[in-house]
Design a protein around this ligand. Structure first.
Ligand code: G3H
Ligand code: 13P
Ligand code: ZN
Length: 288
């Protein structure tokens, strides 16, 4: 069933586990995530970015997720990932998203509060949950190096006191934090700052979100959950699995052109990765 982000993550926060938030762009990826969640009997978050919307179309993605969610016995949250414009966020709310992210983390604290508050007001009036981000989660994409050290690599760790101010001023439901995590493929293993994470959690009681969770060691992800992370965002590892599936079929038959054979194998590969991530989140059998 389609579920509220706030309900799913509040329960995760109370019971000390995380829910995986998986980026999807097409039918096979949506099916893979929901099928893995069903096999693990886990709640799940399917998220789309603005570039996914540009690629597939909002109607196509939202109808796909909503119709498969309605037929599923696991709670499925439909979430906008890294929303940066008011218009896209409103369009997603109108399309039936149950959760949205406003990412104004690139602005000053005051500007971030102002933009986030505006979204919270309208989203909450529609019963939609809101995630926002404070601190800068850098990108390991495009050849950038991200090793979790923060300074010098473009990452600005979330300040715990600022986080408390931000959450109280905006009324958001979940907060994305910067603790050495980065989007994309890490060149060297990331070294998360767990002390900073627990300082944030001590002041901010709402569910915390770890972006850029692909490539982070399983034990570190488990430690992050133990220290207050309740939503784990995964994209790159899914792209890798999907690509591996396609390459496997092509290497067996370079002229293969049946999209069902190609994408079918990619979907199988993705299901395995999503199941592994759900295990790490600790959300298996967390369906009521
Ligand atoms: O954090 C966001 C995504 O991993 C970036 O994905 O290429 O769909 O914008 P995108
Ligand atoms: P990765 O691509 O590094 O897994 O990051 C995903 C993410 O943070 C989506 O918001
Ligand atoms: Zn992200």
């Amino acid at each position: 069933m389609l579920a509220s982000g706030r309900e799913i993550l509040t329960r995760a926060n109370q019971q000390g586990y995380a829910v995986g938030a998986f980026n999807v762009n097409n039918m096979e990826q949506v099916q893979a995530v929901i099928s893995a969640a069903e096999q693990k009997m886990s709640p799940v978050i399917l998220q789309v970015t603005q570039s996914a919307i540009r690629y597939a179309g909002l109607l196509c993605l939202s109808d796909l997720v909503k119709s498969l969610a309605e037929k599923s016995f696991v709670p499925v949250v439909l979430h906008l990932d890294h929303g940066t414009t008011y218009d896209v966020i409103i369009q997603c709310i109108r399309s039936g998203f149950t959760s949205v992210m406003i990412d104004a983390s690139m602005f000053s604290l005051d500007e971030n509060i102002k933009e986030t508050k505006e979204i919270v007001k309208v989203a909450h009036a529609c019963g939609v949950s809101v995630e926002a981000e404070l601190g800068e989660v850098s990108s390991a994409r495009d050849g950038n190096v991200a090793d979790g050290l923060g300074a010098g690599y473009g990452a600005m760790f979330t300040d715990p006191v600022q986080a408390e101010t931000f959450v109280n001023a905006t009324g958001i439901d979940f907060l994305g934090v910067s603790i050495g995590n980065a989007h994309g493929k890490y060149k060297t293993p990331p070294c998360l700052n767990f002390e900073r994470l627990s300082e944030i959690k001590a002041l901010v009681k709402i569910p915390l979100v770890l972006h850029g969770a692909s490539g982070i060691a399983q034990d570190d992800l488990k430690l992050a959950v133990k220290n207050g992370i309740n939503k784990i965002n995964i994209d790159t590892d899914l792209r890798q699995a999907f690509g591996d599936g396609l390459r496997e079929v092509f290497s067996a038959n370079p002229s293969e052109c049946d999209v069902r054979k190609l994408c079918g194998r990619a979907r199988e590969k993705m299901i395995e990765v999503v199941k592994e991530k759900i295990n790490v989140c600790g959300s298996t059998k967390m369906v009521l």
